[in-house]
Design a protein around this ligand. Structure first.
Ligand code: NAD
Ligand code: UD1
Length: 337
């Protein structure tokens, strides 16, 4: 079975390529490299000892994407490609809507033209907005607070409408909680451009000495220590969830939606402590005002993924911090020399 991985050069995509290849799938990768490096593809080959085609191609270019489907007989698509920076999406909403939604519309039209009816889509826990209670279950009400989150919610709606119009489709929507960590080899990992927006890449860059200290966004939330609580999940566990989705759902028509998290919530200060332990480095921090749009706490009920995908997260917080530090310390400048 051959899977086209859009956004396969990126953080989660590259890890999923490794898990697909190690599980015996053939793959082809489509990416415009707008937020990634081609070197990640060499590293995937190094880790797995397997080869695959790469198409440097933009999903906004309908003709070029169509050519990829003409060249490759794929059985399904895992669709990671998209822009993901919340703050940037507030500054450039039209660009985010265009890239993420038009890109997905092109992909879906071309899939239908070529009778490729299986898709796994990267959604996010951001579609739950500020949840009414915890843990979050898949049927909670949906809302968003920024254009990035809205692109995820709209694409979920587009996929549901597509299935109504064409019952051949098998659509799996994975709502990720907070992916962190890296492959244990230290060859692939998250390589944010500029100053990181997300907590773990920021902590990692403080540990390596690239940034002086962490700003902790708020310590007056109604949480265990007043700082924000999230459900951090090892990126390899998240990647394995994609393989399970392909295995279990690709020939089951319908729209299948799953939370992909561990079910555990950790505070910002707990993350600082855990990373200090894993790295042996002190993480200096200062308490700052809340970040606009942040919610106090968020963690998953992932029972549905356990029951239907036979998927459960295997890695704990110590593993996530150890593997994140292994990647960061071996590659202080990411994929750049
Ligand atoms: P990433 O930026 O590392 O990977 C996305 C990839 O898509 C990049 O390689 C980029 O070059 C490519 N891309 C973007 N627009 C494209 C286009 N028009 N045509 C072709 N390629 C394009 O991000 P990631 O962290 O690996 O995230 C993957 C997916 O998961 C994204 O859709 C993201 O929104 C979603 N997601 C990520 C997180 C997270 O915390 N990282 C959480 C929830 C959901
Ligand atoms: C953020 C996005 C979310 C997106 C997700 C993955 C916002 C408001 N939300 O989620 O839509 O799906 O990334 O890309 O941007 N923190 C600090 N200092 C920092 C960075 C973060 O204290 O420098 C805190 C935050 O306040 C939060 C926690 O760490 O409590 C996690 O933050 P982050 O890693 O950015 O993830 P989310 O906010 O959950």
């Amino acid at each position: 079975m051959k899977i086209l991985v859009t956004g396969g050069a990126g953080y989660i995509g590259s890890h999923t390529c490794v898990e697909l290849l190690n599980s015996g799938y053939e793959i082809a990768v489509l990416d415009n490299l707008s937020n990634s490096s081609e070197k990640s593809l060499d590293r995937i080959k190094e880790i797995t000892g397997k080869d695959f085609e790469f198409y440097k191609c933009d999903l906004l270019d309908f003709e070029e994407v169509n050519k990829v489907f003409e060249a490759e007989q794929v059985d399904g698509v895992i669709h990671f490609a998209g822009l993901k920076a919340v703050g940037e999406s507030v500054q450039k909403p039209l660009w985010y809507y265009h890239n993420n939604i038009t890109g997905t519309l092109n992909l879906l039209k071309i899939m239908e033209m070529h009778k490729v009816y299986n898709i796994v889509f990267s959604s996010s826990a951001t579609v739950y907005g500020n949840p009414k209670s915890l843990p979050i279950v898949e049927d909670f009400p949906l809302s968003t607070t920024n254009p990035y989150g809205s692109t995820k919610l709209y694409i979920e709606g587009i996929l549901k409408d597509l299935f109504v119009s064409n019952n051949n489709f098998s659509v799996t929507i994975l709502r990720y909680f907070n992916p962190i960590g890296a492959h244990k080899s230290g060859l692939i990992g998250e390589d944010p451009k500029g100053i990181p927006n997300n907590l773990m890449p920021y902590i990692q860059q403080v540990a390596i000495g690239k940034l002086p200290q962490l700003s902790v966004f708020g310590n007056q939330y109604p949480t265990k220590d007043g700082t924000g609580v999230r459900d951090y999940i090892h990126v390899v566990d998240l990647s394995i969830a994609h393989v399970k989705a392909v295995e279990k759902k690709s020939d089951v028509a319908g729209v299948h939606i799953y939370n992909i998290g561990t079910g555990n919530g950790y505070s910002v200060l707990e993350m600082v402590k855990a990373f200090e332990k894993a790295s042996g480095k002190e993480i200096k921090y200062k308490i700052c005002p809340n970040r606009p749009g942040d919610i106090p706490a968020c963690f998953a009920d992932a029972t549905k993924a356990k029951n239907e995908l036979d998927w459960v997260a295997q890695y704990n917080l110590e593993d996530m911090c150890r593997d994140g530090w292994n990647w960061q310390s071996k590659n202080p400048n990411g994929y750049e020399e």
